[in-house]
Design a protein around this ligand. Structure first.
Ligand code: KG4
Ligand code: ZN
Length: 332
C-alpha cells in the first residue's frame, strides 16, 4: 500500500510517499526558516500563507522524486494535530480534496504519535517500551503498549525542551531555530563551567521543568537583574561554556528520567531535539536498548505521517470529510 503523507502542523511544509509503513520513496520538506528567523519564532499567519503557496507543487515534486503517478497512491495520511490551527487546516483540506478528487481514502494522524513512530519505522518494535517525545512543543515520557495505545508517565510542567533550547539560543544572540545553534556553540564550551540544573517536580519524579533552567541562563548572561536589555556580562568563550552547561543540564535530566521510567525496557525517542548528537552520545554511554529516528526523520517530516498512516487506516478505517483539525490533542 503506497501512502502520501502530508505534514503542515507548524512551520515546515512536508510531503512524503511511503510504502507499507516502511519504505520511503520520497520525503520532501520545505523549511520556512527564511520567513520566521526575522521574528525569532514562528509567525503563524505567514506560515499558513507559505503552506498554501507550496503544498501542491511539493506534492508534484514528491511524486516526481518517487517516480510515481497519483494513480499509484492508495491512501493519504495527514497530520490533524496538535499544531497551529490555520496551518493544520491547510494540510487537512488538501488531504480531503485530493481524497475526493482521486477517489482514494484518507486518514488523520497524530503528529506526536508520528514522531514516536519515526524510531519504529525500520523494524518491528519490541513492545511494551518507553517512548520519549522531545520537540519544540512537547516533552513527554510514555509507555508504548502497542501502536495506538499509550500511557503518560511524565511530561513538562512548563516549557518543552525544544522551546527551552530556542529561548536560550535567543538569549545567547543565536538565530531561530535555536536548538542546532546551541548544539554547535556548546561544542567549543565546557559543560561543567556553570552549575546549572533542570527542575524537579515534587512527588512526580518523571515530570520535567525547564523554565527555571532557562531563567538561570538569563541571570548568568545578564546578571541578577536579568533584564534582557542589560548588556551581556559574558565573553564569547564564556557563552560557549554557558551553552554547553545548559545542554548538559537539560540532557542529563532527560537521560536520568528516561532510564528511571524504562527500567530496562526498550526506549524509543522522537522529535526535533533527537537530532542532537550530544543527546545521542549520552544515551549511548548509558548502554541501553535505545532507538532513534533515522536521519531526516527527527525534525518535522511527512514520512513519519505516511508511515504511521497505514497502521491507523488498518486499525480504524478511513476518516470522513467531517474530520476536524485538532490544535490540541494528546495520544494518552
Ligand atoms: O519536532 P520538531 O521539528 O517540531 C515540533 O513538533 O515542535 O522540533 C523542533 C524543535 C525546535 O525547538 C528546535 O530548536 C529543536 O527541535 N531542535 C534541536 C536540535 N534540532 C532541532 N534541539 C537541540 N539540538 C538540536 N540539534
Ligand atoms: Zn514535531
Amino acid at each position: 500500500m503506497i501512502v502520501l503523507g502530508i505534514e503542515t502542523t507548524c512551520d515546515e511544509t512536508a510531503i512524503a510517499i511511503v510504502e507499507d509503513g516502511r519504505t520511503i520513496h520520497a520525503n520532501v520538506i520545505a523549511s520556512q526558516e527564511d520567513i520566521h528567523s526575522k521574528y525569532g519564532g514562528v509567525f503563524p499567519e505567514l506560515a499558513c500563507r507559505r503552506h498554501i503557496d507550496i503544498i501542491l507543487p511539493l506534492i508534484n515534486q514528491a511524486l516526481k522524486e518517487a517516480e510515481l503517478s497519483r494513480y499509484d497512491i492508495d491512501l493519504i495520511a495527514v497530520a490533524r494535530g496538535p499544531g497551529l490551527m490555520g496551518a493544520l487546516l491547510i494540510g487537512l483540506i488538501t488531504a480531503k480534496t485530493l481524497s475526493e478528487a482521486w477517489d482514494i481514502p484518507y486518514v488523520g494522524v497524530n503528529h506526536v504519535e508520528a514522531h514516536l513512530y519515526a524510531a519504529m519505522m525500520d523494524h518491528n518494535p519490541q513492545l511494551p517500551a518507553v517512548g520519549v517525545v522531545l520537540s519544540g512543543g512537547h516533552t513527554a515520557l510514555l509507555e508504548i503498549e502497542q501502536l495506538g495505545k499509550y500511557r503518560l508517565l511524565g511530561q513538562t510542567v512548563d516549557d518543552a525542551i525544544g522551546e527551552a533550547f530556542d529561548k536560550v539560543a535567543s538569549l545567547l544572540g543565536l538565530p531561530y531555530p535555536g536548538g542546532p545553534e546551541v548544539e554547535i556553540l556548546a561544542k567549543s564550551g565546557h559543560p561543567d563551567a556553570f552549575p546549572l540544573k533542570a527542575g524537579t517536580v515534587k512527588g512526580r519524579p518523571l515530570d520535567f521543568s525547564f523554565s527555571g533552567l532557562k531563567t538561570n541562563v538569563l541571570y548568568q548572561l545578564k546578571g541578577q537583574s536579568g533584564k534582557r536589555t542589560d548588556p551581556d556580562q559574558l565573553n564569547t568563550k564564556e557563552k560557549a561554556d554557558l551553552a554547553a552547561s545548559f545542554q548538559k543540564a537539560a540532557f542529563s535530566d532527560v537521560v536520568s528520567k528516561t532510564l528511571l521510567a524504562a527500567n530496562g525496557r526498550p526506549i524509543y525517542l522522537g522529535g526535533g531535539v533527537t537530532a542532537n548528537k550530544n543527546l545521542r552520545q549520552l544515551f549511548a554511554d548509558a548502554k541501553q536498548d535505545v532507538h532513534w529516528p533515522a536521519p531526516g526523520l527527527s525534525l518535522d517530516n511527512a514520512a513519519m505521517i505516511a508511515g504511521l498512516g497505514i497502521h491507523v487506516y488498518k486499525a480504524h478505517g478511513p476518516d470522513s470529510l467531517q474530520l476536524e483539525a485538532m490544535p490540541r490533542c494528546s495520544i494518552y
